[in-house]
Write a protein that binds this ligand. Structure first.
Ligand SMILES: Nc1ncnc2c1ncn2[C@@H]1O[C@H](COP(=O)(O)OP(=O)(O)OP(=O)(O)O)[C@@H](O)[C@H]1O
Ligand SMILES: [Mg+2]
Length: 282
């Protein structure tokens, strides 16, 4: 498992694995605390595609990512990544969280190389690959720093490098920038577009932020309230590479309006369901 130049070039041409979610239902907790988080979710993400899951707080977005990562077992349904059925955690999927998952006692270089160390990759190879990934995320020169010495944005750059080093077929990102200030967030979004232009992989990206979803995605899946499924899908027609200039365009505003309308319709439908439930239980 190396990241040599030939393979890196091949990866740029061959996108990551497709994700196929069929009839997925997930419940969390047990007994009186049992919560049906996801019900009958169908979603297909093509290899190399970046799809955002956009939806209200608590609807079940993280649960979907956790199921794709293999951290939670579905009650029903199937998840297939790159042609292989997900049965538990595995190297085909890498996750970037909102909160830093870096080991505070390890340097940036060793944090990035940790996944390779776990696989028994020799140190010299590990260091080389880690340096290359750090350069990709604009952090050359910070190899020997410790996580606590970095800003929040820099830590998330290290997270991205840490995940990419094991060459996952799919990168799962759970609100990776929502703890950052607006300015840093924008530059991280631009960095992400640049990184995924060079390392073509499939991305499933969770966010609350409509602008972020439109700027980054090929497609947006608007999620319903809990139990969560895809309420509507909106294609984002902007080509790549993209620049922040598209944010001010009329087309961007039109897509945003469609997202807002779809979310409003979902709120109205949820209120209607709530009323019906209240009537039937009365
Ligand atoms: N261990 C658990 N036991 C019971 N319920 C849980 C458990 N973990 C999460 N939940 C509930 O399941 C629902 C879905 O949670 P999830 O974290 O997937 O939502 P989310 O869409 O990611 O929310 P947010 O936008 O706030 O991150 C929430 O209502 C949450 O309260
Ligand atoms: Mg969440």
């Amino acid at each position: 498992m190396t990241l040599d130049a030939n393979r890196a070039a091949a990866r740029r041409e061959s996108p990551g694995g497709a994700v196929e979610i069929r009839g997925l239902s997930v419940a969390l907790g047990t007994g009186a605390r049992r919560v049906e988080a996801v019900r009958d979710l169908d979603l297909r993400v093509e290899g190399g595609e970046l799809v955002s899951l956009l939806g209200p707080s608590g609807c079940g977005k993280s649960t979907i990512l956790n199921a794709v990562a293999g951290y939670v077992a579905p009650e029903r349904g199937s998840i297939v990544v790159g042609g292989e059925r997900v049965e538990g955690p595995g190297p085909s999927r890498g996750m970037v969280f909102q909160q830093s998952s870096l080991l505070p006692w390890k340097t940036v270089l060793n944090n990035v190389g940790f996944g390779l160390k776990m696989r028994g990759v020799p140190e010299r190879e590990r260091r080389e690959a880690s340096r290359r990934l750090l350069s990709l995320v604009g952090l050359s020169g910070f190899e020997d720093a410790y996580p606590a010495q970095l800003s929040g944005g820099m830590r998330q750059r290290v997270e991205i490098a840490r995940v990419l080093i094991t060459e996952p077929r799919v990168v799962l990102m759970d609100e990776p920038f929502s703890a950052l200030d607006a300015q840093t967030r924008l530059s991280m979004q631009e960095l992400l577009l640049d990184v995924f232009r060079q390392v073509r992989t499939t991305v499933l990206f969770v966010t609350h932020d409509i602008d972020e979803a439109i700027f980054l995605s090929d497609r947006i899946a608007l999620m319903t309230r809990r139990p969560c499924r895809v309420g509507a899908e909106i294609a984002v027609p902007f080509g790549r590479p993209r620049t922040a200039a598209i944010v001010g365009s009329g087309e961007f505003a039109a897509i945003k309006r469609r997202c807002l309308e779809a979310l409003r319709d979902e709120r109205a439908a949820a209120a209607h369901r709530h009323d019906l439930e209240a009537q039937t239980s009365a």
